[in-house]
Design a protein around this ligand. Structure first.
Ligand SMILES: [Fe+2]
Length: 253
């Protein structure tokens, strides 16, 4: 299996705090059958700046340590990029990374709303040959309250990644129910962990896969699994048609 969103690199964001923690998390990944990880430290989220070169170095160091420890896991580079004003300038300046050097880039929205000007950004990225993957839309209040908004972004070429902990219910039943709703509406293209550490937030990809297969069928999980592989090998992803028709919901947080 392949995980395309996590914070396994040590000491550069709110993920693993030390090399030991990263190695522990890596061993848990292998236990679950994960052998490729695209590491996506936070970038430009107001707390952490992790430009491309810093991520490359951290990934190379962790790969070396994994090899020395005999852990059968390969780390690839990426970033979880908060949508910010200078994003396109920084892309042109070589400060940003796509996922494993592919055409896919992981974008993070603020938790409350969809960033202003996102449509223009998606358009500009597509002109640069980049497809945006929206990280965990099930944790964005505007998208949760209005699935049509997410559907519109997907119609404009974006893809969306669901977090295993949301599906598994670790963020509460409401998020779990919204997550299933998004999956059922064909608004999700990837399942990945957003793992931060071996204690509170490991991968739980197997648990989420089992739950999705039970609730939505094996085909849904196969689609997510295949798409993660398509990111790693930079192959085209065909979105399946969503079935959203003005789905708005009232929120009771
Ligand atoms: Fe993340």
């Amino acid at each position: 299996m392949i995980d395309i969103h996590n914070h396994i690199l040590p000491g550069i964001d709110d993920g693993c705090r030390s090399l030991e923690e990263s190695l522990e998390l890596a061993r848990l990944a292998v236990k679950e059958g994960i052998h490729h990880i695209i590491a996506t430290p936070h970038h430009a989220n107001g707390r952490y700046q992790n430009e491309a070169e810093k991520v490359r170095q951290a990934a190379a160091q962790l790969n070396l340590a994994l090899s020395e420890e005999g852990v059968n896991l390969q780390i690839h580079t990426g970033q979880e990029i908060r949508v910010y004003k200078e994003l396109l300038d920084d892309l042109n300046a070589g400060k940003l990374l796509t996922l494993a050097g592919s055409r896919y880039m992981l974008l993070e929205f603020p938790s409350r709303q969809v960033p202003e000007g996102i449509e223009d950004l998606l358009h500009e990225l597509s002109l640069a040959g980049i497809t945006a993957i929206i990280a965990h839309p099930e944790r964005n209040m505007e998208l949760v309250g209005n699935l049509s908004r997410l559907a519109d972004l997907i119609d404009r070429g974006a893809l969306a990644q669901m977090t295993t902990h949301s599906i598994n219910g670790l963020f509460g039943r409401k998020i779990q129910s919204i997550s299933l709703d998004m999956c059922r509406s064909n608004l999700i293209h990837f399942l990945s962990s957003d793992a931060h550490n071996p204690m509170e937030r490991p991968f739980f990809l197997q648990t989420a896969a089992t739950y999705i297969m039970k609730k939505l069928g094996e085909g849904t999980y196969s689609y997510y699994k295949e798409n993660a592989s398509r990111v790693l090998y930079n192959q085209e992803i065909i979105p399946i048609s969503h079935n959203v028709h003005n789905k708005k919901r009232f929120l009771f947080w």
